[in-house]
Design a protein around this ligand. Structure first.
Ligand code: AMP
Length: 176
């Protein structure tokens, strides 16, 4: 199946949730068993030889393909969540959004120094959310970090927030 077929299965909703946003709705892709399987196969093929020990998913849309990918890679799954959701001791990273500040947290004992980590989220827009997640994972001192998104909005240039040596992979690319 071609990437174009998968791209065409994502529904674009203009002006959601606010005017000016072209919202990429991938529920239309997930609901078709053939597309879901193809997406899972692509993720598996891209990371099967990297020695990934933990997939880290970002709340909440990183919780769809994150655990599914962890299962296929024979890796563990670790959630990064919004403040106040994780029950044990956490570390936190704040970041700036379009309007105001936000933060993400991870359990302080969720990763260890020998882990090879794949951080996964649905979509790369400005990159602020993933940059905060990346800093959190780095603070826990793992061996290597890979980053993956299902979708990249290339015109927003979110990639530029990251050092050149960070491997960022995206499956479906749109201008905006
Ligand atoms: P950012 O921190 O700007 O990269 O935004 C990342 C998060 O915002 C993603 O995890 C998405 O869930 C959501 N998001 C931002 N822009 C869009 C969009 N155009 N369509 C769908 N989700 C979006």
């Amino acid at each position: 199946m071609s990437i174009e077929t998968l791209s065409a299965a994502v529904r674009n909703i203009p002006d959601f949730p606010i005017a000016g946003i072209q919202f990429k709705d991938f529920t239309t892709l997930f609901q078709d068993a053939r597309y879901l399987k193809e997406l899972s196969d692509i993720l598996y093929e891209r990371y099967k030889d990297k020695g990934i020990t933990k997939v880290v998913g970002i709340e909440s849309r990183g919780f769809f393909m994150g655990p599914a990918t962890a299962l296929r890679l024979n890796a563990g799954f670790v959630p990064i969540r919004k403040p106040g959701k994780l029950p044990y001791r956490t570390i936190e990273e704040k970041y700036t959004k379009e309007y105001g500040e936000d933060a993400v947290q991870i359990h302080e004992d969720a990763l260890e120094k020998n882990d090879i980590v794949l951080i996964h989220d649905d979509l790369l827009a400005t990159g602020g959310t993933m940059a905060a997640a990346y800093n959190l994972v780095k603070k826990l001192g793992v061996k290597k970090i890979y980053i993956n998104f299902l979708i990249e909005l290339e015109d927003l240039r979110g990639r530029e927030l990251f050092d050149k040596d960070v491997e960022i992979d995206t499956i479906l690319k749109y201008d905006i």
